[in-house]
Design a protein around this ligand. Structure first.
Ligand SMILES: Cc1ncc(C[n+]2csc(CCOP(=O)(O)OP(=O)(O)O)c2C)c(N)n1
Ligand code: SF4
Length: 288
């Protein structure tokens, strides 16, 4: 931990974000940087792994170790980074298309591993970088670039999927509620295990359905409902609500051994293992 207080500036690069005016990414970024600063994690101890999309362009805007991967693949890269150096705080960052379309199998399988990384998904209900096509979380009936007569498919439920597949910290935030989102990100990073936050994100350029007034009518806070975050069934009930409300806050959190806890060889970070004493003569013989 740093000795002098860190501020958001410590995590800021010289590049000006290219997002549209009013984009929810402008709310998610200060919440994330604020969480890093308040937790006192210096930039060189953080690795952020991005996929492809408007949100993923954030790789240029965070002064941390940042890796811009390929579409849908932020989680396997993030897992690899954590396996190599468990002393880093590893955050994977995706759009909803990236996470629940291209990257859906990684989402499910990473949740099962309970590896100690944090996953932030910017859920603007569209593929926005490619100009607003239907994504897995687009609502049924929503008119998009690729569904001009309305989306005919049922939307994907990220919260229920995460809980059902073993994620040990599952939350939902909103890009317009920066203080709450910052607290959720702090809790997610502090949590030992796979922590996931679905972040409802405004996309004023392409999403004319899920705008601020639409959310204002629907969002509720789980803490106001006296929700018990360690109750698996209560968490699932909140995730599958049918009253149209959008709960914000922590749905589910439990302690469980992490991936690293379960493998003796990972107790020491792999980057600190001595490799100079390993004799590979026999292996070389095989391939000679
Ligand atoms: C395998 C693959 N399919 C499609 C694309 C084209 N593509 C690039 S960005 C993007 C949309 C990203 O949407 P999302 O992940 O929701 O992020 P957003 O732009 O909304 O933040 C698509 C489809 C690609 N790069 N790779
Ligand atoms: S298209 Fe939407 S998500 Fe992309 S930068 Fe513009 S407002 Fe943000």
């Amino acid at each position: 931990m740093a000795t002098t207080p860190l501020t958001q500036r410590d995590y800021t690069t010289k590049y000006t974000p290219s997002w549209c005016p009013g984009c929810g990414n402008f709310g998610i970024m200060p919440a994330t940087k604020g969480a890093f600063a308040e937790l006192g994690i210096p930039p060189h101890q953080i690795a952020m792994i991005f996929g492809i999309g408007c949100s993923s362009n954030g790789s240029n805007f965070y002064n941390v170790y940042a890796f811009h991967g390929i579409h849908g693949r932020s989680l396997p890269v993030a897992s690899g980074v954590k396996l190599a150096n468990s002393e880093l705080t590893v955050v994977a960052d995706s759009g909803d298309g990236d996470a629940y379309g291209e990257g859906i199998s990684h989402f499910v399988h990473t949740a099962r591993t309970n590896i100690d990384i944090t996953y932030l998904v910017h859920d603007n209900h569209l593929y926005s970088l490619t100009t607003g096509q239907t994504s897995p979380t687009s609502e049924e009936g929503m008119k998009t670039k690729s569904a001009p007569f309305g989306n005919i498919d049922h939307p994907f439920n990220p919260i229920a999927t995460a809980i059902l597949n073993g994620a040990t910290f599952v939350a939902q935030g909103f890009s317009s509620d920066i203080p709450q989102l910052k607290e959720l990100i702090k809790q997610a990073i502090k949590h030992r295990g796979f922590s996931f936050i679905n972040i409802m994100q405004l996309c004023p350029t392409f999403n004319k359905l899920n705008e601020f007034p639409w959310y204002k009518e629907r969002v509720i806070k789980l803490e106001d409902e006296k929700h018990n975050t360690s109750d698996y069934q209560a968490a699932l009930m909140q995730a599958v609500r049918t009253d149209g409300k959008i709960p914000l806050g922590v749905f589910y959190q439990i302690e469980k051994p992490t991936y690293h806890d379960r493998l003796e060889q990972l107790k020491t970070p792999l980057v600190k293992h001595r490799i100079d004493r390993i004799d590979i003569t026999r292996s070389l013989e095989i391939y000679r």
